[in-house]
Design a protein around this ligand. Structure first.
Ligand code: ATP
Length: 246
């Protein structure tokens, strides 16, 4: 957990993600990434110099077989309020709209519902479980399939929703999250969504795996390019640690 906290602390510091008095809603899907993020922010809360609160929010998508009882138990152990919000996202996406490409509608509806639930529960920030590999894959997907150099941001203020979205795991590799989730026995809830994720993302994951095999450090260099260019919103404030020790 120490290493996880240092990955998260570096992102939080270099992108100024947390301010004194923040109430942060962690979007908890039941997957390994958001459960790891929840554990990390609950841990960071204990010693971070700026005081902040953490709440967990789960949007129930409408799948009866998803049981969040173990997630509620984890929240209790971490001393974090657990909020669940019933939604009809599954019904709208699959039964009403019968979307051919359901993932983007689903993601949009989740984002909207998460932000408004967070706001309704007094949270000014929403933390999402995107990690280092998500950043590299997303930028490569946008480059190769859309002809653009773009990615989601570490910090985004959403004017209309009135919340700021933060992604404290942008420095945390997925392989580390996977092993941490096993070690901490995080209560992963199986997601029965019938759509098997994005095939394009799978293609990119495969490409990166094979590039990494022959050119170790490829992912790190792509990530470095995002910061050095820098993509808008991705220039890290590397003076933060120095300032503290001065
Ligand atoms: N049903 C949900 N309720 C609350 N937050 C959610 C939900 N689904 C997704 N999120 C939030 O949005 C983030 C990105 O969603 P995505 O579906 O890409 O998750 P993921 O990469 O599979 O991560 P995870 O392992 O946390 O599910 C998640 O990490 C989580 O913080």
């Amino acid at each position: 957990m120490q290493k996880m906290l240092s990955y998260v602390r570096r992102a939080v510091d270099q992108y100024h993600m947390i301010e004194e008095g923040d109430v942060i809603a962690v979007g908890v899907s039941g997957g390994k990434d958001s459960l790891a993020l929840l554990s990390a922010l609950a841990g960071l809360r204990r010693f971070y110099p700026k005081k902040f609160e953490v709440k967990a929010i789960t949007l129930e998508m409408g799948y009866d077989e998803m049981d969040f009882t173990p997630v509620a138990a984890l929240c209790q152990k971490l001393g974090v309020e657990f909020i669940t919000e019933q939604t009809d996202i599954k019904t709208v996406v699959f039964d009403i709209r019968k979307e051919e490409n359901p993932c983007s509608l689903c993601a949009n509806m989740r984002r909207g519902a998460l932000n408004s639930t967070a706001k309704a529960h007094g949270c000014n920030k929403v933390a999402l479980g995107h990690h280092f590999d998500d950043v590299v894959e997303t930028v490569l997907m946008s480059l190769l399939y859309e002809g653009r150099f773009s990615c989601f941001l570490p910090v985004t203020y959403l004017d209309r929703a009135g919340v700021t979205v933060i992604r404290p795991m942008v420095y945390t590799p997925e392989s580390y999250i996977r092993s941490l989730a096993k070690r901490l026995e995080l209560p992963i809830v199986h997601n029965p969504c019938p759509v098997d994720g994005s095939t394009k993302r799978e293609e990119i994951k495969q490409l990166l795996r094979s590039l990494e095999h022959t050119n170790p450090g490829v992912r790190q260099r792509i990530f470095g390019a995002i910061q050095r260019y820098p993509l808008r919103g991705w220039a890290p404030d590397k003076t933060v640690r120095r300032k503290k020790s001065e």
